[in-house]
Design a protein around this ligand. Structure first.
Ligand SMILES: NC(=O)c1ccc[n+]([C@@H]2O[C@H](COP(=O)([O-])OP(=O)(O)OC[C@H]3O[C@@H](n4cnc5c(N)ncnc54)[C@H](OP(=O)(O)O)[C@@H]3O)[C@@H](O)[C@H]2O)c1
Length: 296
């Protein structure tokens, strides 16, 4: 299969590209700079995209977006977080819709931030959106893929949970303090974290490309979300380190500003039922095995 990927230099995109290439699929990377011979150069900030450059691709996986956990959430950063997702998705969806030779499927990243701070309530794909900044970004991000759906392309909006990898993302940031014995729960520790190991997310994206029954929003989270306190305890156990240094809410807010509430203190307990019913089997269904699997 020929599969195009945007954001292919990122944590998820690079792992997906490696896995597809290893399975002898042909990967076409949509890159913003320095294209190599099979890459397609694109500018996600302009007003139109000539998707005929992707002719022959059977699937497009759109993962590009300004990193949300790097740097403080200034007004300009928040605008980049929104625009880099919503505008780029609309650009791609409209371009593919206008294309003579359309792909069969467009897989668009979204995030469990869609549900906002939902406490202990288990949320699924039918649950309403939250009312904070990330929830509004996720709603607009998903709506932006509609032109492709209207043109008959199967569109899957993959609501991704906290991706566990030692190469990047939230876990990689935690590893140094935890290895130094300086780790601990954040705030009350009662907030839920819905996580997914990176190898499983790659598996889910590949599954979504082939699973004709999947369309619209699909949660990409492991079956057992945990509280921050449980996560902290399990990570300490896997690393063989104590976790005696809690980070109080006020410290988290001082250090990380608005991002602390959205990413560290917010509680989201997300169901993986739809994904499992579509036939996906997790490699890492529980946190202990996932951490042991992804931490080298
Ligand atoms: N990692 C997680 O825990 C997590 C959780 C929920 C949702 N997601 C979503 O999954 C997708 C992939 O995540 P990731 O962790 O792989 O992200 P990442 O490592 O930050 O990579 C994202 C890629 O997007 C491109 N990009 C960066 N800034 C951009 C901008 N301003 N405009 C357009 N493109 C930009 C870059 O690729 P190029 O330079 O090659 O264009 C970058 O490598 C993202 O949309 C993210 O929001 C991730």
């Amino acid at each position: 299969m020929q599969i195009a990927i945007s954001g292919a230099t990122g944590l998820v995109g690079s792992s997906l590209a490696d896995a597809l290439a290893g399975a002898e699929d042909e990967v076409i990377r949509l890159v913003r700079r320095n294209p190599s011979c099979r890459d397609v150069l694109w500018d996600p900030t302009v007003d139109s995209f000539d998707a005929s450059t992707l002719a022959g691709c059977e699937a497009v996986v759109h993962l590009a977006g300004e990193n949300i956990a790097r740097g403080r959430w200034t007004a300009a950063k928040k605008q980049r977080i929104r625009e880099s997702r919503v505008h780029s998705t609309r650009l791609l969806a409209e371009g593919l819709a206008a294309c003579e030779q359309k792909p069969r499927v467009l897989i668009c990243a979204s995030a469990i931030g869609f549900y906002g701070n939902s406490g202990e309530r288990l949320v699924d794909e039918q649950s309403p959106a939250g009312d904070d900044f990330l929830a509004s970004v996720c709603q607009d991000w998903e709506v932006a893929s509609q032109p492709a759906r209207d043109a008959g392309i199967r569109v899957v909006n993959v609501r991704i949970g906290v991706v566990l990898s030692d190469r990047g993302g939230a876990l990689a940031k935690m590893l140094t303090p935890f290895r130094l014995g300086l780790g601990g729960r954040v705030g009350s520790g009662q907030q839920y974290m819905s996580w997914i190991a990176l190898p499983d997310l790659v598996g889910v994206l590949r599954h979504a490309i082939g699973a004709e029954s999947l369309s619209g929003p699909v949660n990409a989270v492991a079956p057992h979300p945990v509280t921050n306190a449980e996560f902290t305890k399990t990570l300490g156990k896997v690393l063989g380190r104590p976790t005696l240094f809690p980070m109080p809410t006020v410290v988290a807010r001082t250090m990380f500003g608005e991002m602390a509430d959205a990413l560290l203190l917010s509680s989201t307990r997300v169901s993986s039922k739809e994904l499992e019913q579509s036939g996906y089997t997790f490699m890492y269904a529980d946190l202990d095995s996932a951490l042991r699997g992804v931490i080298q």
